[in-house]
Design a protein around this ligand. Structure first.
Ligand code: ADP
Length: 319
């Protein structure tokens, strides 16, 4: 079943002194996320990620387009119960303890006292904060606050969890904790849709990603497919003989780079046998041979170079 279905979603914000100037920050986004997926929503700052998440949680209305969560239109009671949301940089009242905070949020979802107690125990265990349940939040680190934020988002046991930049601003330990939590939620069969501009987090976690640039979808797919590259290999060769070096250079598909007595060259798949033969004949040592692969970063930068920059001003030129 499709967990999230987004169809032609656009958003114009009214800007300017009299708020009369519509500025399109999300432009015809169409996307679907399957149940059980960890889906990464990537894009530079200002790409429109938070705007999309706010529309999905009905905090703001779209200018155009529709979205459905588990088959129901967004904003209906069914979707409220099925969605958990962690906003970017959540702020919780400093003097509350995790127990008090979660009890408070449980009331929003009309949970009975025993349901609140049971879910509190479960989620505090899940996010590893049971021993801090009575500690005021003002004493929490950023990573702990993010974990209590996730506890809040999953308190009512939703099927879909929306996380806005959950790893941003965390130290390596905090990031690892949040990554593990996301994987734990996936094991429970939840669908996780999270925005990020940290590509390594997306690489580590996501089944699929969508890339947003200037409010438009510029790429979507499985990370493995997005990163697949024309067949070719990177070879590192140790070689002193000028004649062998010349032959290797002639073989390379890109200019070879030499450093510290080593040669780095890229060769096409069909030239690998030749590479071996030249190395064997010329007493060169083949140190490593690895398939070429784009990093998500290369892919991302390549796509954004080709996409529309910045958001679109719908009113045309102004004096
Ligand atoms: P992201 O989450 O990808 O960083 P956002 O969705 O927060 O992007 O913002 C997209 C664009 O919309 C940005 O240029 C931002 O300044 C603008 N924007 C966000 N909220 C508002 C608002 N309430 N009014 C006007 N412009 C806004």
């Amino acid at each position: 079943m499709t967990a999230i279905e987004i169809n032609g979603l656009s958003k114009d914000y009214l800007t300017g002194f009299w708020r009369k100037k519509p500025r399109r920050v999300l432009d015809g986004l169409t996307l679907s996320v399957e149940t059980g997926e960890v889906f990464g929503f990537l894009g530079h700052n200002g790409a429109g990620k938070t705007t999309t998440l706010k529309i999905l949680t009905s905090l703001i209305a779209p200018t155009e387009g529709t979205a459905r969560i588990l088959g129901s239109p967004i904003g209906t009671p069914e979707t409220f119960n099925q969605v958990g949301y962690l906003p970017e940089n959540p702020y919780f009242y400093d003097y509350l303890t995790p127990d008090e905070l979660l009890d408070y949020f449980g009331r929003f979802f009309h949970m009975t006292a025993s349901q609140r107690h049971e879910r509190r125990e479960t989620v505090l265990e899940q996010v590893g904060l049971k021993e801090f349940r009575g500690t005021a939040l003002r004493k929490f680190s950023k990573g702990m606050l993010q974990r209590i934020g996730i506890a809040q988002a999953v308190l009512h046991d939703p099927q879909i969890v929306l996380l806005d930049e959950p790893m941003s601003g965390l130290d390596p330990v905090g990031r690892r904790d949040v990554r593990n939590l996301i994987l734990h939620l996936k094991q429970q069969g939840k669908t996780i849709f999270f925005s990020t501009h940290i590509l390594s987090d997306a690489e580590a976690l996501c089944d699929r990603v969508a890339i947003l640039g200037g409010g438009k979808l510029v790429g979507v797919g499985r990370i493995a497919d997005l990163l697949r590259r024309e067949s070719g290999y990177e070879a590192i060769v140790e070689c002193d003989e000028p004649e062998t070096k010349r032959k290797l250079e002639a073989l390379a598909s890109m200019p070879a780079v030499s450093s510290g007595g080593h040669f780095r060259l890229e060769v096409g798949e069909d030239r690998v046998m030749e590479l071996h033969a030249i190395c064997a004949a010329g007493r060169a040592r083949l140190i490593s041979l690895n398939p070429l692969r784009f990093s998500l970063e290369d892919y991302f930068v390549g796509l954004l170079d080709r996409s529309t920059p910045a958001a679109v001003d719908r009113t045309g030129p102004h004096s």
